[in-house]
Design a protein around this ligand. Structure first.
Ligand code: UT7
Length: 306
């Protein structure tokens, strides 16, 4: 028994903040931000729950299903709306369903964790037939809008997928890990804003993602050339370029949305997936790599056949 993606949906708040908008109140420029990160604009003003409900509704519709068909809900988020109840319960309420629901916080690396957790749950005896995996983050609520080192990078958004039991859609390999000793280079205290040593995070991210993909590929028994589609965490286009160059994967196989969204944390990989879907490359049998990294420093990679 395997698991396939039956539907994909995304949501972005309406308010656009361009690099030029940021340059009006901090010492930066559109040219610098584009060159150093690949980001041109981001959306702000979203709420984790509302964006998650919108993306999930779109994913369920794309799968030709109704919310009642969902057997479990995983919400990958760094920005829950309350200490409790879990935001996933509020998302379930927004969808009008009462299946099991849980939040999962692995910051920017969350989506591959959520994907494999859902896959595992579905393939255990009595597991649900369909699981909604959502990444939704309102990063603008935890950004220090006076800090040019972080304010230029992050944005709000959500992406959701309906996973469904199916004869197609094999999970070929996975790799997960954290290095908790690196807390000081990227963290956000409760009720506070993001603190980041960008250059350190950049270096560690390139190393961690490259190693993680290599591990997942080795486990899958395939090589980098066998990958058809790469859905990378959307943090910085230079990180994606550095990783793909090290792995020998052409950039054309990657799907990226960060120019218009910035880093939307847990939402970024499903949003990249939606872009790949729109481009028509997610054909049955395609080998698809998802890989994320973030505070923790956490990493996670999963290789599947579509
Ligand atoms: O999901 C995980 C989340 N985090 C990340 O993935 C972040 C990873 N890191 C990065 O993306 C990059 O490190 C940044 C985009 C944050 C910064 O790019 P960088 O190439 O690493 O720049 P830098 O920090 O090494 O700074 C280079 C120069 C410095 O000036 P000096 O010391 O060379 O004179 C900075 O002060 O650029 C300056 N600078 C800026 N200038 C204009 C730093 N931030 C800015 C800015 N605008 N926003």
């Amino acid at each position: 028994m395997s698991v396939r993606v039956a539907g994909i949906g995304t949501a972005l708040p309406e308010k656009v903040v361009t690099n030029d908008d940021l340059a009006q109140h901090m010492d930066t420029s559109d040219a610098w931000i584009r060159e150093r990160s690949g980001i041109g604009e981001r959306r702000v003003g979203g709420s984790t729950v509302d964006m998650a409900v919108e993306a999930a509704t779109a994913a369920i519709a794309a799968a030709d299903l109704t919310p009642d068909d969902i057997g479990f809900l995983v919400l990958c988020t760094t920005t829950p709306e309350k200490t409790f109840p879990a935001s996933s319960a509020m998302v379930a309420a927004g969808l009008g369903i009462t299946c099991g629901a849980m939040d999962l916080n692995v910051v920017c690396a969350g989506f591959p964790y959520g994907y494999v957790a859902a896959y595992g749950m579905m393939t255990t005896p009595g597991g649900p037939d369909r699981v909604l995996v959502i990444g939704s983050d309102a990063m603008s609520t935890i950004v220090d809008w006076t800090d040019r080192g972080t304010a230029i990078l992050f944005g709000d958004g959500a992406g959701a997928v309906v996973l469904e039991k199916s004869p197609q859609g094999e999970l070929l390999g996975q790799d997960f890990g954290v290095n908790g000793d690196l807390e000081s280079i990227l963290y956000c205290d409760l009720g506070d804003t993001i603190v980041m040593e960008g250059r350190q995070v950049f270096k560690r991210a390139v190393r961690a993602v490259t190693g993680s993909v290599e591990n997942a590929l080795a486990q899958a028994g395939i090589s980098a050339e066998d990958i058809d589609v790469v859905l990378p965490h959307q943090a910085n286009i230079r990180i994606i370029e550095a990783v793909t160059q090290r792995l020998g994967i052409p950039m054309e196989k990657t799907f990226n949305v960060l120019e218009h969204t910035g880093n939307t944390s847990g939402a970024s990989i499903p949003m990249a997936m939606a872009a790949a879907d729109e481009a028509g490359v997610l054909e049955p049998g395609a080998v698809v790599l998802m890989s994320g990294f973030g505070a923790g420093m956490a990493w996670g990679s999963v290789v599947v056949t579509w």
